[in-house]
Each structure stands twice: as structure tokens, then as C-alpha cells.
Design a protein around this ligand. Structure first.
Ligand code: ADP
Ligand code: MG
Length: 254
């Protein structure tokens, strides 16, 4: 039996009177890759930020590896204790479009800081893990560099390394290549592809339709706070059922 890593049920979220997520449900099994596509403002980032605990949901249920993060009670999302929230947070890693590296820290320190603060690893343990991941990312020679000395593709690989050293069970990518030119985009996509080949469970928000189609096991098209359509990538990206999905995908083909 495959293990369900994420089960999201009827998630809702508003900012003031702007209802950003209206009723989002999906699940993801271990080792699978889910891609989420949709126009700007459809709520994709908010959904990832709720699962990785950068935002709080207003309602619905969310289970990570079978453990609840919040559950609906009388129409409200009631969260588990802060200790339990923290332990679930460690199971998730988020890679941002904008890298979010500390500019005044070296690459090594960017990658070891959270390991020491959050996992209480010693400097030696944190650096050992960091070297292993820097090697995988082809960044060994950048350990002492500051982010300003790196290309966009290198910065994004550092931020992937920073997420990986925490040993998350699920990795989330929020438009990881939107700030990159085509050459650097290819580098970063190939890193994500190699993670999928190693059976990392991943959720990828992207506008790279061909890439999403090639790596994902399941795909969701979101618009206006709803899942408009979901399905096998070969269906969703090639012959979607909904006119809205078709129009969105067509707008990305040159
Ligand atoms: P997407 O990632 O699909 O572009 P977002 O989740 O970023 O969509 O945003 C969905 C909507 O939520 C937008 O209307 C956006 O302005 C609004 N929004 C996102 N974050 C905040 C916030 N922190 N405060 C207020 N509104 C927000
Ligand atoms: Mg977004």
C-alpha cells in the first residue's frame, strides 16, 4: 500500500474579504510528483504557504503523513499544538521563486543555519550534511561565496540545497524558475527532475508546461481559488476536459 503524504480537505482561506482558497481538496502519495498550474492570483502560493506553515488556513482539514495539522471544527480550522505544528513543519521544505537567501551569509552558512537552529545539529554535523548536498547540486566550490556572487541558477540550487539539508519528506517548489533565463531554467529543472527520480515526494507550482507534463504523476489546474480540473498529465496538458484549462494551456504555447 502506498502511503498518503498529504491529504487536504476543503481548505479555505481569505485575506479580509478576498476569498483566495474556496474549497481545495487533494491528496498526494509518497514518491509522487504533483504539479499545480493556474493563472496569477489563483491561490497557488497561498496553498503551498498553508501546507508549509507560512500562513494559517481558515477552514478545512490537512493531514501530513496521516497526522493532522488542522481540522475543521464548527466551520473553523483548529490547529494542533505548537509542538506538533513544529514537528510537521520539519517534514516540509519550500523553495521560493525569489530564492530568499540571506545576503550577508555565505552559501555554507545559508545552508547550515536552519539545521543548527531548528534541528539542533552541531556545526560539524550541519557542515557534513551541507557538503553532501552541495556536491549533489554541483556547488562545492561555492561554499564560501556570498549570494551576490552567484548566478540566478546557482542561487536557486543553493535554496534547493537549503531545503534538502533539513531532510524533508515533501518538497514544495513555488515557481522555481520564473526569475531565471532559459539556460538557468534548464539547470534547475534538471535538479528537480533528478530529485523526482530519487522518489522525493514533490509539489511543483510552475508555468513550465512541458516540464510539468514530463515529471508529474498528477496535475491540478487552479483558478480563482478552486480546482477547475485535475488529472493525469497526459490528459490535463494534452486534451483537457474543461475549456478554461484548455485556454490557459494554449496561452503558454508559442
Ligand atoms: P498565485 O500564487 O496563484 O499567484 P497567491 O496565492 O499568491 O496566488 O494569491 C492569491 C490572492 O491572495 C491574490 O489576490 C493575492 O493578492 C492575495 N494575497 C496573497 N497573499 C496575501 C497576503 N499576505 N495578504 C493579502 N492578500 C494576499
Ligand atoms: Mg504564486
Amino acid at each position: 500500500m502506498s502511503e498518503v503524504m498529504i491529504s487536504a480537505q476543503h481548505i479555505v482561506k481569505a485575506f479580509g474579504d478576498n476569498e483566495v482558497l474556496k474549497d481545495i481538496s487533494f491528496s498526494l502519495e509518497k514518491g509522487k510528483v504533483l504539479s499545480i498550474i493556474g493563472p496569477s492570483g489563483s491561490g497557488k502560493s497561498t496553498l503551498l504557504r498553508i501546507i508549509t506553515q507560512l500562513e494559517k488556513a481558515d477552514g478545512g482539514n490537512l493531514f501530513i503523513e496521516g497526522e493532522p495539522l488542522f481540522q475543521n471544527q464548527d466551520g473553523k480550522a483548529v490547529y494542533v499544538s505548537s509542538r506538533q505544528q513544529h514537528s510537521l513543519m520539519l517534514k516540509t521544505g519550500l523553495v521560493f521563486q525569489s530564492f530568499n537567501l540571506f545576503p550577508h551569509f555565505t552559501v555554507m552558512r545559508n545552508i547550515t543555519e536552519a539545521q543548527r537552529a531548528v534541528l539542533s545539529r552541531s556545526k560539524e554535523e550541519a557542515e557534513e550534511r551541507a557538503w553532501a548536498v552541495l556536491k549533489e547540486m554541483n556547488l562545492e566550490d561555492k561554499a564560501d561565496s556570498f549570494p551576490s556572487a552567484l548566478s540566478g541558477g546557482q542561487k536557486q540550487r543553493v535554496s534547493i540545497a537549503r531545503a534538502l539539508v533539513i531532510d524533508p519528506k515533501i518538497l514544495f517548489f513555488d515557481e522555481p524558475t520564473s526569475a531565471l533565463d532559459p539556460e538557468l531554467t534548464r539547470q534547475v529543472l534538471s535538479v528537480i527532475k533528478s530529485l523526482s527520480e530519487r522518489d522525493m515526494t514533490m509539489v511543483v507550482v510552475t508555468h513550465e508546461m512541458n516540464f510539468a507534463r514530463s515529471i508529474s504523476d498528477w496535475a491540478i489546474f487552479m483558478e480563482n481559488g478552486y480546482i477547475v480540473e485535475e488529472g493525469e498529465p497526459e490528459t490535463l496538458f494534452v486534451s483537457p476536459k474543461e475549456e478554461r484549462t484548455r485556454a490557459f494551456i494554449t496561452s503558454f504555447q508559442d
